[in-house]
Design a protein around this ligand. Structure first.
Ligand SMILES: [Zn+2]
Length: 163
């Protein structure tokens, strides 16, 4: 007797028995059968979902593992590079300090520039007299000067405004 024949035999046996039992028992048996099938489907669904999550986290874990190994190799290579070349490894804090300094300079520059650069004002705006060298010097160092001809006060305006 083959396996298929055995199943058919048991099914026929079951069918013969099934028709002999009362109707209520038949209905309950059918409901029970559906409940078992439904539970089996749910179980399979969760098992598959679990397997999918497992695979997902496995790959995620592998990704971070390889990333970590990659970073480790990179850091090792970097350390070796600095060790062999004898160069000083730039410290991050230093770059931050430089940034702050740069910002500080950027803020200060507009004020410092107007007094340090040679003035472009070469004529008095009151009497029209040409500036003397001394006047220009004072204008550049102090930011303001009195005209030697008319006594008008001349301010060294920022170059951006003058030009
Ligand atoms: Zn003047």
């Amino acid at each position: 007797m083959s396996e298929a024949d055995t199943i058919v035999f048991y099914w026929q046996d079951f069918a013969n028995w099934f028709v002999t039992i009362p109707l209520l028992a038949q209905i309950l048996l059918i409901i029970a059968a559906f409940a078992i099938i439904a539970l089996a489907i749910i179980l399979v669904y969760y098992v598959l979902k679990g397997v999918a999550y497992l695979i997902y986290y496995l790959f995620k874990g592998l990704y971070y593992l390889f990333k970590g190994i990659g970073m480790g190799i990179y850091k090792l290579g970097e350390a070796l590079y600095y060790a062999i070349s004898g160069k000083q490894k730039p410290i991050k804090q230093a770059s931050v300090e430089t940034e702050i300094k740069e910002q500080f300079i950027q803020v200060k520059t507009p004020i410092g520039r107007s007094y340090n650069e040679p003035s472009r004002i070469s004529f008095c705006n009151e009497c029209g007299a040409k500036f003397t060298r001394k006047m220009n010097e004072q204008l550049n160092t102090k930011g303001q000067v009195y005209c030697v001809h008319c006594g008008n006060i001349i301010y060294n305006m920022p170059i951006d405004i003058v030009s």
